[in-house]
Design a protein around this ligand. Structure first.
Ligand SMILES: *[C@@H]1O[C@H](CO)[C@@H](O)[C@H](O)[C@H]1NC(C)=O
Ligand SMILES: *[C@@H]1O[C@H](CO)[C@@H](O)[C@H](O)[C@H]1NC(C)=O
Length: 175
């Protein structure tokens, strides 16, 4: 139990300083949806090397990124938080939002310009449970601390106050 509490405190302390949770997925191997957390980041491997490929990436049938033999084009709404690593064929979205949940499709043209099968994957964004847990623990800790402090103050008062001042307290309550 003590170990668990210590771990929780350490983990909670670290969480504030560590970079946001990063989720890694492989569009060609994973069968379950890719589940990044809100505010975290997600790396999705689309193919091994996109250097000589042309790719058009869409979410729910709306294109947001294209990469044509090394020329990258990302729509304005995604620019700030989307990267594509051409050499490793990996798409990275940072600062994941709930609205990123959806079906993704990547049209792919090989170095000969021939269309190959689409790469498809889905994102299922979830809440950062760990973060919620840490907040809940802090809240609980704060409440316990307040209760403790109040108890201490009450005890001290009881000890130091004489019977005379107790009568005064009664007067105060009456007032
Ligand atoms: C992207 O970042 C720039 C500079 O920080 C900001 O002015 C712009 O509004 C941002 N665009 C979006 C779509 O968030
Ligand atoms: C990707 O392919 C290009 C050209 O074929 C090559 O120059 C580059 O080193 C490759 N990148 C990686 C990470 O293998």
């Amino acid at each position: 139990m003590e170990k668990f509490l210590l771990l929780l405190v350490l983990a909670g302390g670290c969480h504030a300083f560590l970079p946001p949770t990063e989720t890694k997925c492989d569009a060609n191997q994973d069968t379950s949806p890719c589940s990044p957390v809100v505010g975290g980041s997600v790396c999705i491997k689309l193919l091994n090397n996109a250097t000589n490929y042309k790719l058009i990436c869409s979410k729910d049938d709306l294109p947001f990124m294209s990469c044509n033999r090394g020329n990258l084009d990302i729509v304005e709404a995604y620019k700030n938080r989307t990267k594509f690593f051409i050499g490793t064929g990996t798409l990275k979205i940072t600062n994941v939002e709930r609205s990123d949940t959806g079906q993704y499709k990547v049209e792919r043209y090989n170095p000969d310009g021939q269309r190959e099968s689409n790469i498809v994957f889905s994102l299922q964004v979830k809440e950062d449970i760990f973060f919620i847990l840490v907040i809940a623990c802090f809240a609980l800790g704060a409440v316990l601390l307040i209760v403790l402090v109040v108890c201490c103050i009450c005890r001290k008062k009881q000890r130091t106050e004489s019977k005379g001042s107790q009568a005064k307290a009664v007067d105060e309550i009456g007032f």
